[in-house]
Design a binder for this molecule. Structure first.
Ligand SMILES: Nc1ncnc2c1ncn2[C@@H]1O[C@H](COP(=O)(O)OP(=O)(O)OP(=O)(O)O)[C@@H](O)[C@H]1O
Ligand SMILES: [Mg+2]
Length: 247
């Protein structure tokens, strides 16, 4: 895929992004209303907001898992609406790592095999996969646990395996939907410091959370209310140079 763009180009930029589920039917839901969002490289952004306000809907669009009803989305400068299914799959693989609350690890596989999984799709030669997966596990502090199955790991360790898997292709964007929701506060802190290290490494991290203490770790806090995205006034420890959400 194309070479990385200069730092001045937002990694994520949306214009009037809207999503209507089951349009025109009785079950119609307007989940997202004209979201304008700009996120820069090396930004750590938290998205908060009540249940049903549209956070996961937005995350699915940013992750190219779903398409908007109206509006557009540039991922690392690429208008995703111009891509066909195969090009989208490649973009997802190269640009985006996902971490979900439920971990989604395969129970019969070891930590190492779970982490190496995406490399199969990326056509990395077999001998290289184990080495890369071992390196990714070491980066999340789990080098010694590579041979363990998920059931033999703690919740926080399983979440770190999921993060290592999300990062195995070194994607510039990490999307995490409630990654600390199922964890005790100490383990949650470990995950958050891992995200901060990724941010310092120039990854862009977008984190959905219900917990204000978790959100306080981010550089910016965006709040979703009834399908509209707002920048939390006073949030933003670091100035990304990008204006944020709707004014
Ligand atoms: N596939 C779908 N089909 C129809 N409606 C949907 C679908 N997915 C979500 N919705 C609706 O869209 C709205 C936004 O849902 P979304 O999952 O984005 O909320 P959320 O902010 O992530 O909530 P939570 O904090 O509970 O995870 C809700 O009213 C939800 O019922
Ligand atoms: Mg959700």
């Amino acid at each position: 895929m194309s070479a990385p763009l200069p730092d001045t180009v937002p990694v994520i930029q949306t214009f009037g992004l809207s999503k209507v589920y089951s349009p025109g039917s009785e079950a119609e839901v307007v989940a997202l209303k004209g979201v304008d969002m700009r996120v820069g490289r090396g930004d750590f952004v938290a998205i908060m907001g009540p249940s049903g306000s549209g956070k996961s809907t937005l995350m699915n669009l940013i992750g190219c898992l779903d398409t908007p009803s109206t509006g557009s989305y540039l991922c690392d400068g690429i208008d995703v609406s111009t891509l066909d299914a195969e090009e989208l799959a490649i973009l997802r693989r190269e640009k985006i790592g996902f971490v979900f609350q439920g971990f989604n690890l395969l129970p019969r596989m070891s930590a190492l095999e779970n982490v190496a999984m995406p490399l199969g799709y990326a056509q990395v030669p077999v001998p290289e996969r184990a080495a890369r997966a071992q390196e990714a596990l070491a980066a999340v502090g789990l080098a010694e646990r590579a041979g363990h199955k998920p059931s033999e790991l703690s919740g926080g360790q399983q979440q770190r395996v999921a993060i290592a898997r999300a990062l195995i292709n070194k994607p510039p964007i990490l999307l995490a939907d409630e990654p600390t929701g199922a964890l005790d506060s100490k383990t949650g802190e470990e995950i958050l410091s891992l995200f901060k290290r990724l941010r310092d490494d120039d990854h862009t991290v977008i984190l959905i959370t219900h917990d204000p203490e978790v959100a306080a770790h981010a550089d910016r806090i965006l709040v979703m209310r009834d399908g509209e995205l707002h920048e939390e006034p006073g949030s933003g420890r670091r100035d990304s140079g990008f204006g944020g959400a709707t004014p």
